[in-house]
Write a protein that binds this ligand. Structure first.
Ligand code: ATP
Ligand code: MG
Length: 776
């Protein structure tokens, strides 16, 4: 089997796969086979008997990637790979803490707070501290806490810069105490807790260092300082273990979350890497797509510098489309995707990618209305819907009644006449005794005590009734017994929510059966999270997770990835961040507009802009055969209509690789634009020239430039002067932003606005009644 395993590798890949027990680093571009090398190396190590499945730990970046790796491995190897330590940092940490909950100071049934639960929990702390919400927003406090944890800082370690920090440190301390009381951990805590335990417990550290002889890390460029430090605890430099890292500096897209590309250089130095493999052959994308990626990324200055070539065909040129509205854009995407599908591309091989989650709504509704199956990864996901969270909260209380977040969510849902005053009393009692809400119910007397006791009795009853049942049975019983089903049945708008609750029951069932486990299983697989113990309890600790605990973990860690029926042929929707490491036959990249992509937050900062460009590079390189790029002149986002100009990234792509479907993209041409231009020139009111079937719709702002224009494009519209006395192309000076060039003008009188590209501050729309612009 060895020979077939290694048959499809080029010489550089082969050298990396068969590297004997020493540290290795692959630094190579997208689609060059890094992940393939990593997976094949695991298979090679196992099949040649160099190490057993228990001796390997592999870290991937998404659950999807971990799952894919396990699938590939089970295809290559004759035995069950489910128990292996392959998963995301968070998934592996979770598995670790499940095994060592006691040493980590956690209750056995500890639960995980997802992002929105975390903010809700921080909010409770802020409220208890009587903090002014305006000055100390809970969301900001939650970020503060997460960042501190990512730097491995506990409240006592954080150095405050100002008064706000001082308050947030207090929030952090109280929040930690609250989580501890409730037996819950947030995502950042999973990582930090594991790190601290490994750091402070020499026996445990020695055990794991001896156990994992091979540690492999994919997407190494996106590890942050804590993750790298964590890694060094499992496999210290100079130790017996062979650490194998692969990455691509051009795909580093998590700097905003503290990722450090510098970790790659540090790794090479600290581990004294002798073999640094470079892979230059791209096996994924057609020529045009690869040309576009290479061209684009060459605009970044801070690069380690790599090249990528392909022996494959040039393929179809990249199709570029401009739409008047995001609505039209979605329609276009749908038509193109449908025609690809008719021509034989499976839907699951078609990905719609976007910069931010909010953009998915319009695509989703177009797909939904057309009855085309699709799956959204991320965004408002199945497990985040209110009715699902309610049901999960009941289930979580069965596992851990001290989970206050879940308690508060459902104590009065469905309504059981438990008022805000009663809850305040309960919270006061809990605070003063340092106990959970559940434990404090008995402290309340009179009516409040009675109604609350009825609730706890209900949960107790649910627990008794579901003991020994299958996971499906438990979920089914709780949906009914909690009164949730009845509640939605009596609600005239509850039909969809009922369907979702049914879907939850299905999800529970497939969670068991999909992975091949019947009701007799002693332990459930949750391997896509990296912590699946397989059929046997964990070798060290003997811990087995209950099916329900495993399912709840799955719900909070992997929310959304099973929202559509698994295995159905559905179009894939996700953010570019979520698409990292993946590949598809056809990729659509929508919303290529200045301010959206590159994102406006990044425009004023060169580092930010380079990160956006890397993100664009990641997006382009997801495509095998077909790439579609599109932008829209107007877009509804967050309840507002935005007027857009095409992304500067178009100017950074090789014109030969592009096929513009709309005339020249960015100038006159379409009837739409001609109408608009002439209206502009006539000086008539701009409203209502072209209807787009939407309220509040206004014609687009003028645009300029074309695909091959220089970075500071020559303005095309409008031709005539503006009543402000300014004209496009004119140099101006602004007291704060300095020198710039007028790109476009619109409106008149008090409403006049100018779009100006400033040398150092990027593009800005300015109200001319306020902004002082001096012609230069
Ligand atoms: P990314 O940077 O996007 O994560 P990567 O470097 O990890 O990309 P892979 O996903 O491992 O690249 O490989 C890209 C594609 O090329 C995959 O479909 C893989 O199977 C294929 N591939 C890799 N190496 C070879 C090879 N030697 N021969 C044929 N196909 C290959
Ligand atoms: Mg990869």
């Amino acid at each position: 089997m060895n020979s077939t395993l290694l048959a499809h590798l080029n010489p550089e890949q082969l050298a990396a796969v068969t590297l004997e027990s020493e540290p290795g680093l692959i630094l190579a571009g997208a689609g060059s086979g890094k992940t393939r090398v990593l997976t094949t190396r695991i298979a090679w190590l196992l099949s040649t008997g160099r190490v057993g499945p228990g001796g390997i730990m592999a870290v991937t970046f998404t659950n999807k990637a971990a799952k894919e790796m396990l699938t590939r491995l089970s295809a290559m190897l004759p035995y069950n790979v489910r128990g292996m330590w392959i998963g995301t940092f968070h998934g592996l940490c979770h598995r670790f803490l499940r095994a060592h909950w006691k040493a980590a100071g956690l209750p056995q049934g500890f639960q995980i707070l997802d992002a929105s639960d975390t903010v809700a929990a921080v909010k409770r702390v802020c409220k208890a501290m009587n903090l002014d919400e305006e000055r100390y927003p809970a969301k900001q406090a939650a970020h503060f806490i997460a960042h501190a944890k990512e730097r491995a800082e506990r409240p006592k370690d954080v150095v405050p810069r100002d008064e706000q920090d001082r308050r947030f440190i207090e929030v952090y301390a109280q929040y930690d105490a609250q989580c501890q009381r409730e037996g819950v951990v947030d995502f950042a805590e999973l990582m930090l807790r594991t790190y601290e335990l490994m750091r402070d417990d020499p026996a445990l550290r020695a055990h794991y260092q001896q156990r994992f002889q091979h540690v492999l890390v994919d997407e190494f460029q996106d590890t942050n300082a804590l993750q790298y430090a964590w890694l060094k605890l499992f496999a210290p430099p100079g130790g017996q273990q062979a650490v194998f890292a692969v990455g691509d500096d051009d795909q580093s897209i998590y700097a905003f979350r503290g990722a450090e590309v510098g970790n790659m250089a540090a790794f090479e130095r600290e581990y004294r890497v002798r073999l640094q493999v470079k892979l230059e052959q791209n096996y994924r994308s057609c020529g045009h797509i690869l040309d576009a990626a290479n061209h684009l990324i060459s605009h970044n200055e801070r690069r380690l510098g790599k090249t990528l070539r392909t022996d494959g065909p040039q393929g179809e040129p990249i199709r570029v489309n401009e739409s008047p509205t995001d609505f039209e854009e979605a329609k276009w995407v749908l038509e193109e995707a449908q025609s690809l599908h008719r021509a034989g591309t499976p839907r699951a091989e078609i990905a719609l990618l976007y910069r931010s989650n909010a953009q998915s709504r319009v695509l989703e509704s177009a797909l939904f209305n057309a009855g085309i199956p699709y799956r959204v990864y991320g965004g408002l996901r199945f497990f985040e819907r209110a009715e699902i969270k309610h049901a999960l909260a009941y289930l979580r209380l069965l596992e851990n009644p001290n989970d206050d977040t879940s308690f508060l969510r459902v104590v009065n849902f469905p309504a059981r006449a438990i008022g805000a005053r009663t809850l305040e009393q309960l919270q006061d009692a809990a605070r003063s005794s340092g106990r959970s809400l559940w434990q404090s119910v008995s402290a309340l007397s009179g009516k409040p005590g009675q109604v609350l006791a009825k609730f706890t009795a209900l949960v107790e009853e649910l627990r008794r009734a579901t003991e020994g049942q299958t996971l499906r049975g438990i979920v089914e019983h709780v949906v009914e017994g909690s009164g949730l089903a009845a509640h939605y049945r009596s609600d005239k708008d509850g039909a969809e929510r009922l369907e979702n609750l049914d879907e939850l029951i299905t999800a529970a069932e497939s969670f068991v059966t999909q992975e091949g486990f019947g009701r007799d299983a002693v332990a459930l697989p949750v391997d896509e999270l990296g912590q699946g113990p397989g059929l046997t309890p964990d070798a060290e600790t003997g811990e087995i997770m209950s099916p329900l605990a495993a399912f709840l973990t799955h719900a909070s860690l992997e929310a959304g990835e099973h929202q559509a029926i698994a295995g159905a042929d559905a179009i894939q929707l996700m953010t570019i961040h979520a698409a990292k490491g993946l590949e598809f036959d056809a990729v659509f990249l929508t919303g290529l507009e200045e301010g959206l992509f590159p994102n406006e937050r990044a425009l004023s900062d060169p580092d930010g802009l380079e990160e956006e460009r890397r993100l664009m590079y990641v997006a382009i390189t997801r495509a095998r055969q077909r790439l579609h790029l599109s932008f829209s002149q107007t877009r509804m986002l967050h309840g507002q209509t935005r007027y857009n100009v095409k992304s500067r990234f178009f100017d950074e792509l090789p014109p030969d690789a592009l096929k513009w479907l709309t005339p020249q993209g960015g100038g006159f041409g379409s009837g739409f634009e001609r109408d608009y231009a002439s209206a502009w020139q006539r000086g008539s009111g701009l409203k209502g020239i072209v209807g787009a079937g939407r309220e509040g719709w206004e014609p687009p702002r003028p645009r300029w430039g074309n695909a091959s224009a220089a970075p500071a494009p020559a303005p095309v519209l409008p031709k005539s002067g503006h009543d402000s006395g300014l004209r496009p192309g004119q140099g101006v000076f602004h007291t704060k932003f300095g020198e710039g060039v007028v790109l476009a003008l619109e409106g008149s009188g008090n409403d006049a606005r100018a779009h100006v590209r400033f040398g150092r501050h990027g593009d800005k729309w300015l109200a001319l009644s306020v902004a002082k612009l001096t012609p230069i």
